[in-house]
Design a protein around this ligand. Structure first.
Ligand code: SF4
Length: 106
């Protein structure tokens, strides 16, 4: 189960963006509501009659999967914070509606 939820390209393949988003929400929920078990799922608005599509079937995400995801998330954050070169765009028009412009001093 963990392998299906945590593919090798979880952080790099946009096809995994829903799984990634759900796993981050799960991480936050479990961190803040430690005694609560959470199911992660989405309503696909285009197929609303299909109900909720759960990330791990009808099961809570296993503790091992949460640990594995936590390690991957930390490694990813370390990579983007300390090892990636961030360059501000030269196209200032893009900055006008960017949510990070205060952080960027733009
Ligand atoms: S403000 Fe946004 S768009 Fe502009 S350089 Fe920063 S991150 Fe990029």
């Amino acid at each position: 189960m963990a392998k299906e939820i945590l593919p090798e390209d979880l952080f790099s393949n946009s096809e995994n963006k829903i799984n990634l988003q759900l796993l981050i929400y799960n991480q936050l929920a479990n961190h803040n509501l430690q005694a609560t078990k959470t199911l992660c799922g989405v309503y696909a608005l285009r197929q609303i009659t299909g109900g909720i599509k759960y990330l791990a079937g009808n099961n809570v995400i296993s503790e091992q999967t949460q640990i594995d995801f936590s390690i991957q998330l930390k490694n990813f954050l370390i990579h983007i914070i300390y090892e990636s070169d961030f360059a501000q765009t030269t196209e200032l028009k893009k900055c006008e509606n960017c949510g990070f412009k205060r952080l960027c001093n733009r």
